[in-house]
Write a protein that binds this ligand. Structure first.
Ligand code: PMP
Length: 442
């Protein structure tokens, strides 16, 4: 333990010790302040130490700390299920809870499996995802993520699945010199679906707005209508991964609602508890829930912490604060301000090639601003930029995706939904200073 810690390090970067947080700010042991421009991993939607959520957590912990899902129902989880189902809207009638986004995705895969079995089509056991996607780090969720490098080390433990091309508008615009790539994206989705093994495919799992591996890939108009049509035509379920885009992040309660879209299962985590409790889950459409209930009578997510009252109480309090303080609308308004500011920085920069996003989920992609092309991986632009931001007291989230062998340097800028206008200005100032430093260095 020469480095003075018994904790296995998560990264080779030297990390500061975080000792205190308030709102969008975190302080380290030396008293240096950091503006949280990424809500941690796009999770801390209410910022640090929100008093109402902290109070709800303390109250629940001292009222009923644990109740096992096979022995009791409990009030906070009953309430949270009702709240989530009502926010998901028409067509949804049940929710299930687990402890993380990865677990929630795996639960959704299991539900899709069971659904087709109940429909008399047990051969439907395969899944489709997109290139440039991220769905988690457990064995199944890492495997279905659209970056083979995540799962390469675990090949003997995982199975192959099929992928369709992600709606990467910027890449098509640059690589193929096409001014309006939207029709191409739709055409490719149609082509890719036609080539799938439909007979054996249970579902497509897709991030509504691509995040960790894609830096806010926003699909073009018509994309989700077409996806619904194709899923119906080929008898596949549509699982919307809203782990990052859910609960206000995109300026709607769920990202799919921006497009009036109609998924069968919705996976959530992160924002549902603002990151204060390990909480995730799946919202089930009536079509799926009724079929499963008729076939099986009950479905258990299976984990010790499923339906945990502490996590659920945090979820209920988080959603109450979001309603009361109008944070979904705020995300939309502050998001416009943040997006405009990032686009202005792009105009002045030699190394930003694309700024894209919705609500408070923005992606900034780096490259050669003149040609729009990516930088060589060896330049290590993204990690260096993250370091440069940290030196300026700003946290951004590396979202280095790349597609089909092309590396893509990018970061997510996605501050807590409670960010004030003055703090957006401060975020943009720190972002531009960090970029200037790095550009000068390079
Ligand atoms: N899906 C998406 C879209 C995510 O962004 C993430 C986390 N970055 C996950 C799943 C996995 O969630 P968790 O880290 O809570 O397991």
């Amino acid at each position: 333990m020469s480095d003075g810690t018994a904790l296995m390090p998560s990264t080779t970067r030297q990390l500061p010790l975080a000792t205190r947080g308030a709102g969008v700010w975190i302080w380290d042991a030396d008293g240096k302040d950091y503006l949280d421009g990424s809500s941690g991993p796009v999770a801390v939607n209410l910022g640090e130490c929100h008093p109402d959520v902290v109070a709800a957590l303390a109250e629940q912990a001292s009222t009923l700390s644990f109740a096992h899902r096979l022995q009791f129902r409990n009030p906070p989880v009953e309430r949270l299920a009702r709240d989530v189902v009502s926010l998901l809207g028409k067509g949804f009638d049940r929710a299930m809870f687990v402890s993380s986004g990865s677990e929630a995705n795996e639960l959704a895969l299991k539900l899709a499996f069971m659904y087709w079995d109940a429909q008399g089509l047990p051969e439907k056991t395969r899944f489709v995802t997109t290139t440039n996607s991220y769905h988690g780090s457990t064995l199944a969720s890492i495997q279905i993520s659209g970056q083979p490098r995540y799962s390469a080390a675990f090949r003997p433990l995982v199975t192959e699945n099929e992928r369709v091309r992600a709606p990467y508008l910027h890449r098509i615009r640059i690589d193929e010199s096409i001014a309006d790539p939207a029709p191409i994206v739709l055409q490719r989705l149609r082509e890719d679906f036609a080539g799938l093994d439909h007979e054996h495919t249970a579902a497509i799992l897709i991030e509504t707005v691509g995040g960790a591996s894609a830096a806010a890939l926003v699909p073009p108009p018509g994309y989700f209508e077409l996806l619904r049509e194709l899923c119906d035509e080929y008898r596949m379920l549509w699982i919307a991964d809203e782990v990052m885009s859910g609960f206000g992040r995109t300026g709607r309660w769920f990202g799919f609602q921006r497009w009036g879209a109609d998924p069968d299962l919705v996976v959530f985590a992160k924002g549902v508890s603002g990151g204060y409790a390990p909480l995730g889950g799946v919202g089930l459409s009536r079509r799926v829930s009724q079929s499963l209930l008729e076939a099986k009578g009950a479905i258990s997510a299976g984990h010790t912490y499923s339906n945990n009252p502490l996590g659920a109480a945090v979820g209920v309090a988080t959603l109450e604060v979001m309603h009361r303080d109008g944070l979904v609308l705020a995300a939309d308004e502050r998001g416009d301000m943040l997006g405009d500011g990032l686009r202005r920085i792009k105009e002045r920069s030699a190394s930003i090639v694309d700024v894209r996003g919705v609500g408070l989920m923005w992606g900034v992609e780096f490259g050669d601003a003149e040609t729009g092309r990516p930088l060589p991986s060896s330049a290590g632009f993204t990690p260096r930029f993250v370091e440069s931001c940290a030196a300026e007291g700003l946290l951004v989230y590396p979202a280095r995706g790349g597609i089909d062998g092309v590396s893509g340097d990018a970061v997510l800028v996605s501050p807590p939904l409670i960010i004030s206008e003055a703090e957006v200005v401060e975020l943009l100032n720190r972002f531009e200073r960090a970029l200037r430093h790095l550009e000068t260095e390079i």
